[in-house]
Design a protein around this ligand. Structure first.
Ligand code: PLP
Length: 302
């Protein structure tokens, strides 16, 4: 049996030893995917350990919870403090934080809002960036379509929404690719299974938005802000498959993957010269690790 990774849990208001961390088999979230979550990173910086854009992640967490009528009994400030306390208790400096809220087991009925309690978990564990040591991802256009936001809003990070990503990533990996790119119902680019997509065409950085059924990624926003500070022109709008394949550069952004070049999409290879991707990737990595004073306000030192 493989050794269990080290994890630190804060559950419903207190730090709980892993052996005492339990979920009811009838938890509503487990059956119907009515949980919401976030993925956040902490990095070592010259001034100590820092959580990257903690409050921005927590704001999205509360917005996701509201969408599913999950009533979180803690304020944003309380969860901010809990995240700091849990990371401190973990003793880790390079860590992944996973806030999760889910309906409990009081009812198995499909509309749990009024009858089920909401549980809140913060888990801290090791999860090296998916981009670590990788020159980039080889991606494939998924045969699995991105769900329409008219069915499930892509801006909401809910557990059930991720079965779409799981199917697409299983398919991509089974065919030897690193990542899948999902097309929306209009046939345009939506996003990766856990990342937003950017392209560079003629020096202009372009990404899509919620109208293409993409999540408003915090990394996406960071990259757009970095581009603005660096004087790189940006455009927000739909990205067609032809635009993706015809782009000078393409990359994914996400908390798990950070900024990672797309080396190829199916049998289309991109040039190994990607100056804007490299520039943004380097500045993002530095900003997250406290090396760039312009972005200090993104860091919560613990
Ligand atoms: C579907 C999807 N798109 C985009 C992202 C990127 O979001 P962020 O940069 O906030 O991690 C994620 C990761 O959370 C995701 O799951």
């Amino acid at each position: 049996m493989s050794e269990r990774p080290v994890r630190t849990y804060w559950i419903d208001g207190e730090l709980v030893p892993p052996e005492n961390a339990h979920v009811s088999p009838l938890a509503h979230g487990l059956h119907y995917g009515t949980s919401v979550f976030e993925g956040i990173r902490a990095y070592p910086t010259p001034r100590g350990i820092a959580i990257f854009r903690l409050d921005d992640h927590l704001r999205r967490f509360f917005a996701s919870a509201e969408h599913y009528a999950l009533k979180i009994a803690y304020s944003l400030e309380a969860l901010h403090d809990a995240a700091v306390a849990t990371l401190r208790a973990s003793g880790m400096s390079d860590a992944y934080l996973r806030p999760l809220a889910y309906f409990g087991d009081e009812s198995i009925a499909l509309a749990p809002g009024l009858r089920c309690s909401t549980h809140v978990v913060l888990a801290v564990f090791e999860f090296p960036p998916l981009s670590q040591g990788a020159p980039g991802f080889r991606a494939t256009i998924s045969p699995i379509q991105k769900f329409s936001s008219r069915a499930l809003p892509a801006t909401v990070k809910a557990g059930g929404h991720y079965t779409n990503s799981v199917l697409a990533l299983h398919d991509a990996k089974a065919r030897g690719f690193d990542e899948a790119i999902l097309l929306n119902i209009m046939g345009e680019i939506a996003e990766g299974t856990g990342e937003n997509i950017f392209i560079v065409v003629g020096g202009v950085l372009r990404t899509n938005d919620a109208s293409a059924d993409a999540l408003y990624g915090i990394t996406r926003d960071s990259v757009l802000q970095i581009a603005e500070r660096e004087g790189i022109p940006t455009a927000i709008g739909p990205i067609t498959l032809d635009q993706l394949l015809g782009a000078d550069e393409a990359f994914f952004t996400g908390t798990a993957a950070e900024v990672i070049p797309i080396l190829a999409v199916d049998d289309h290879e991109y040039s190994s010269q990607r100056p804007i991707t490299d520039q943004l990737r380097t500045i993002y990595a530095g900003a997250a690790r406290g090396a760039d004073p312009r972005f200090e306000s993104w860091l919560t030192l613990i």
